[in-house]
Design a protein. Structure first.
Lengths: 190, 223
């Protein structure tokens, strides 16, 4: 129920007021926009999380065959005349496989974190959207440092669109949390 | 601990958004430096030091501008008893974070069985310049940014725990050039955050950060 009831008694929605959170009209419009942004944040965080998790779980289990295939291809490219120390080659292979598995495992954990943030965005709007935004920007930069092509083509457009949506969600979350605090303070003083 | 949220008189853009923008700028600066080093190929020690110097100078400027833009963030102090406990237990926090760092590095090197990782994770040798770049500057500027501006800005709209965790994630992710170090950096960020909240000021986290970085640097130099 609104903290500021409509005293006209005509039952019609007025334009509301931005200074009256929770009232009908513009106030509720702003509220519904905030709810929409939070839902959008939930969708984005879940999408990023599921895609990251799926891709990296596959990468984790396929690391061995991918690395072995790439090393064999390099050996073939070097030609039959080139001799390799088989023991050292195996050791190198083993190290690269482990590295790939550690990176895939860490990134899978990141995927799970995104999913958890998406699922808890309504209970913890500011922490979930802020952490989601920070992780997304940070991960994008980290991958770009090691593989600049990860920002090439359409990828950069999609990343910017996700960042803009997450920033809007954070703004909505801040407003939502402030309203909740104001409502709680109002209830405490009544 | 610090039951009341900090107050801010700033109108317009929320301090948290200003902090996030500054944080993104810092990450982009790191990205540009990473791409430039990639393009340049192998860098010698002097070139690397020059790069770190420029990077830290830019970060310092960004933090100063952010502090001006955010304005005063008055984070309320906890009771005197809690502040005393924070100071008394700071050595325990230092030992715990150092132990996590050493154990994690060791596990990583053994698990990956990669000798080159030892070199990658190794800090440069101890000198006045490296102490300034790898211990003093990060302790002062990072603590000011993450444990005052970020934690304080998040705290204006959430509780203590959320503020500590958000600022810790920001701190860990800021070290994008060291992705394998993220788990222990997160632990460090959480510990620094809680000791900042308990002590009611920046002195304890700055001392923790400074002594931790200096110890790691000193050990690496001795090895």
């Amino acid at each position: 129920m609104s903290q500021y009831p409509d005293n006209r008694g005509d039952g019609e929605d007025d334009l509301g007021s931005l200074g009256r959170p929770g009232s009908s009209g513009l106030g509720s419009l702003a509220q519904s926009a905030r709810t929409k942004h939070l839902k959008q944040a939930r969708g984005i965080l879940l999408t990023i999380g599921v895609l990251t998790l799926l891709f990296n779980v596959i990468l984790f289990f396929a690391a061995e065959s991918i690395v072995r295939g790439q090393i064999q291809a390099e050996v073939r490219k070097a030609g039959p005349g080139k001799q390799f120390d088989q023991a050292r080659l195996r050791e190198f292979e083993e190290t690269v496989i482990r590295e790939n598995k550690v990176v895939a495992a860490l990134t899978s954990v990141l995927g799970v974190v995104f999913i958890v943030l998406g699922l808890t965005v309504k209970q913890f709007p500011v922490p979930a959207t802020a952490i989601g935004l920070v992780l997304y920007i940070g991960a994008s930069v980290a991958f770009a440092v090691y593989d600049p092509e990860s920002l090439g083509g359409l990828a950069i457009v999609i990343k910017i669109a996700f960042i803009v949506a997450l920033v809007k969600s954070l703004q909505a979350a801040i407003a939502y949390q402030k309203e909740a605090a104001a409502a709680a303070a109002g209830e405490a003083t009544v | 601990v610090a039951a009341e949220p900090p107050t801010t008189a700033a109108a317009g853009m929320h301090p948290l958004l200003k902090v996030i923008i500054a944080y993104s700028v810092m990450l982009v600066v790191s990205l540009v430096w990473g791409l430039m080093s990639h393009a340049a190929g192998h860098l010698d020690e002097n070139e690397r030091m020059a790069g770190v110097l420029v990077l830290e100078a830019l970060d310092t400027v960004v933090v100063l501008i952010t502090a001006v833009a955010v304005g005063r963030l008055r984070v309320p102090k906890p009771a005197a008893g809690i502040r005393i406990v924070a100071w008394l237990t700071a050595p325990v926090a230092f030992a715990a974070v150092l132990a996590v760092n050493v154990a994690y590095r060791q596990w990583l090197i053994e698990f990956l069985r990669a000798q080159w990782l030892k070199e990658l994770l190794a800090e440069p040798e101890w000198s006045m310049l490296t102490a300034l770049l790898f211990a003093v500057q990060p302790a002062l500027i990072e603590e000011w940014f993450f444990r005052h501006l970020a934690l304080g800005a998040v705290r204006t709209v959430t509780g203590v725990h959320a503020a500590v965790w958000v600022s810790a994630v920001m701190f860990a992710m800021a070290h994008v050039y060291n992705p394998l170090g993220l788990p222990w950096l997160l632990v460090g960020g959480i510990v620094f955050g809680y000791w900042r909240v308990m002590s009611g000021g920046l002195a304890v986290p700055i001392l923790l950060h400074l002594s931790l970085n200096a110890t790691i640097l000193w050990f690496q130099g001795l090895l």
